[in-house]
Design a protein around this ligand. Sequence first.
Ligand code: NFS
Ligand code: SF4
Length: 661
Amino acid sequence: MAEAMEKKNRNELDIAQVTTCRSTQQMLRKAAEDGVETAFHRAADMKACPIGADAACCKHCGMGPCRLSSKEPYSKTGVCGATIDTIASRNFARMVASGSASHIDHGMSMLEVFRGVLTGEIKDYQIKDEQKLLDVAASVGIETGGREIHEIAEDLYDELEKTYTQVQGEIPFVKRVPARTLEKWRELKIVPRGAMREVMEIMHRTHMGVDQDYENMVKQCCRTALADGWGGSMVATEISDILFGTPSPLVAEVDMGCLKERHINIVIHGHEPNMFESIIASANDPGLLNKVRAAGAEGINLLGMCCSGTEVMSRHGVPHAGNFMSTEAILITGAVDAMAVDVQCAMQSLSSLSKCYGTYFFTTNPRARIEGAEHIEIDEYEPRICTDRIVCRAIERFKNRRVKVVIPQNKSMGVQGFSQEYIGYMLGGTFRASYVPLNDNIINGRIRGVAAAVGCNNPRVRQDHVHVEVVKELIKNDVLVLQTGCSQIALAKAGLMKPDAAVLAGDGLKEVCEAVGMPPVLGLGSCVDNSRILMACAEMVKTGGLGQSIADLPVAACAPEWMSEKAIAIGQYVVASGIYTVFGATFPSIKGTRFHTFLFEELEKQGLGKWGFTTDPYEMAHLMIQHINKKRVALGIMGERERKLFDMSDRRAVESGEAAG
Ligand code: NFS
Ligand code: SF4
């Protein structure tokens, strides 16, 4: 800690202004006493680079780097003559490539585990959900009638591998895309061939002197992002369900109050569920539990954070300790005996911060080592070697705890673990799972529409504030909200995943929630589980009455506090799928440039969705609601009273000129 204390005196953080998470607030106060810093401090110290924020710089070759002015008339170009639109679209495309590649590679890892299970080389995991296997196989055209499960599974593996390796044709899961939407993609030539090919092609096109037409670049952004949403991410979700079980609702606890003083606290933070699944087995191993007792601990307390946490909470009810901007704060409790990460969203600072508090910090994935972390690499063929070792090391830390333990006493319970399948059962009944009741309730206006609220935290945004406020405003206006990732955890901490949160909903949505006994906000899991939201939309189109394509649905999406390139990839595939998508925090392009206008207006005119932007949660909610209303009008399902209200708010929007984002 001394080393940290020597750092120059930093501006005092206005703690209540940087986060609304009470546990994180408490830990930030403790951080000040302890003299340690977090991303909140660093964000306050480091002003975001204004040229970078506008995506107006290029370092794609040695003639540059080139910095363009973000002031009109935007006539300045790079040394090679590249315009602001070319440079911004290339920067955007590389974000899409990196974000998509992250989900795609994650999906590939899951598929590799699946292959290992099928060959019998991996014995620690099995096919757990045969029904899901059959459903997924049938959805990509594999014959399932009268065949052995194993045979079907092998065919499914071969088919899904094409998601990655295929060089021509269409990825397998486009078979799940509503016909009209797919037709549109074909017309625009944005149907993904194979994920590897699409990512490779973006890297090629963004090289100096290749694609210098922002419209053409955006096409490849769509194609690559779709290879994520309907490809890599969807494979990750479906294979995880097949191997570890499709989630169905259960009660789970969230927040740092889930830490237990007399237990060995192990936090798993990252994205792939397999390491987590294995450590659950380790934590129940009788031999290891003997060691736990011998160490004087009352047990092992496994906790998740970030997306793998959300995923495993959805499947098994493992408590979730917090979202992205709480991953540093939880170390400040001193209560974490071990934190293990795999891939994505693990800040490098976790390594030095864990040293300050004597927490043992582990990396486990060959792709992601962090200086100062102890690397215990997971071997998918024998995952227990890694996870047993992490448990043993955590026991050692417990015996040698030297710092004072301070556990914030905040904890919230809620219902988690919805899936697109379960939404069908919940509304339609177990024996006739169906989206008819959902569509009916949308058509009769009890539910105005459906919104997805997803994505990260960002230290430049007051933690959880925008997530919580936008969702409250949506449900108040009868919009059913589907959630994943850090956004889901923000709402869970705020208590919105309890069925009695329905009192916060508008009368129509409240009536539906009370009849079914569901919360107005449904958590679907991790960021790759955004593919469940795509499937729910496909199901709504298939069920009928709400138009022919996803773009017709009264649906909108938002990522209020995004920070990662993965979020941009997700936004792009959601837009390409036909959905209006509003981002908060910041947006990597300059309003008024042709590239920006293309993303925010032109894509919709082509029959896809479009982007939107605002940092204000209420404006965000109302941009989404207006869009949902616009779709309701087009579908002819807008009631008279609503139509009048819509006209009024619509006029105001036009007058204030914010409709374009
Ligand atoms: Ni998804 Fe953001 Fe990370 Fe998950 Fe959280 S920060 S894009 S929500 S943990 S990936
Ligand atoms: Fe500058 Fe063009 Fe090179 Fe980019 S590609 S660094 S804009 S010269």
